[in-house]
Design a protein around this ligand. Structure first.
Ligand code: DC
Length: 219
């Protein structure tokens, strides 16, 4: 399978994928697909205990979930069942629920099909964990962003403090490590760079530096 107009951007929680994926999508004039948002929205719809549903029940519940993508660049809009997905998915609790439903092969197969359908219709920057390895193995360029958990946690703390929100570095570091562990060690489509991915260590770079490194790698 070849996806000549797809750029994949994978990496762990809090590495800056969303900010960078939007900027790259703007620069290329293509849509941006936040697959983490698909896992988060699915987790919210299924609710707590999704990992205890029977296969048949899960299948039935998933059949009622439909995603659509409209717009371009950073203003690309992802909707589920006709509703625009908003900030209700952006908590660490929902991030962990998403990581847990992401261990379920049936959920992964379901979202992979929806992601590939979108990718077949629209040139994309696709952000997630398994975009380069599993969903778009034929992408024209693959990027994997990485940084130590302590660095990602400190960045998140800085963001929260900037928004005048409470932030506990120790707790956030633990949350990031727990999510990393679950995302890297699941049996199906674990978080890892594709063999042909450009790996960028963002530890010593600011957003501008990472953006330039990505653009150099893909153009
Ligand atoms: O990128 P994010 O923090 O919004 O993702 C939330 C969780 O969803 C992440 O911890 C694991 C899961 N996920 C996944 O398994 N595969 C993807 N392609 C994207 C997200």
């Amino acid at each position: 399978m070849s996806n000549p107009t797809i750029i994949t951007l994978d990496g762990p929680a809090g590495v800056g994928k969303t900010t960078l994926a939007k900027r790259v999508a703007d620069a290329l004039g293509v849509a941006y697909l936040d697959t983490g948002a698909m896992f988060r929205a699915t987790a919210l719809i299924l609710g707590h205990g999704a990992d205890e549903l029977s296969e048949a029940e899960l299948e039935t519940r998933l059949a009622d979930i439909h995603f659509s993508l409209s717009g371009s660049g950073s203003t690309s809009t992802l909707s589920v069942n006709g509703h625009v997905i908003g900030d209700e998915i952006r908590t660490e609790e929902v991030g962990m629920m998403a990581s847990t439903v992401g261990t379920l092969p049936r959920v992964r197969a379901f979202l992979k099909e929806q992601q590939q359908t979108v990718g077949a219709e629209t040139p994309l920057v696709a952000e997630g964990r398994d975009m380069g390895t599993v969903v778009f193995p034929g992408a024209s360029a693959k990027i994997f962003l990485d940084a130590a958990p302590e660095i990602r946690a400190q960045r998140r703390v800085d963001q929260l403090l900037e928004m005048d929100k409470p932030a506990d570095l120790t707790q956030i570091t633990e949350q990031i490590k727990a999510r990393d562990h679950q995302d890297r060690n699941r049996a199906v489509a674990p978080l890892k760079p594709a063999e042909d991915a450009h790996i960028i260590d963002t530890g010593s770079l600011n957003i501008e530096g990472v953006f330039n490194a990505i653009m150099n790698a893909i153009t």
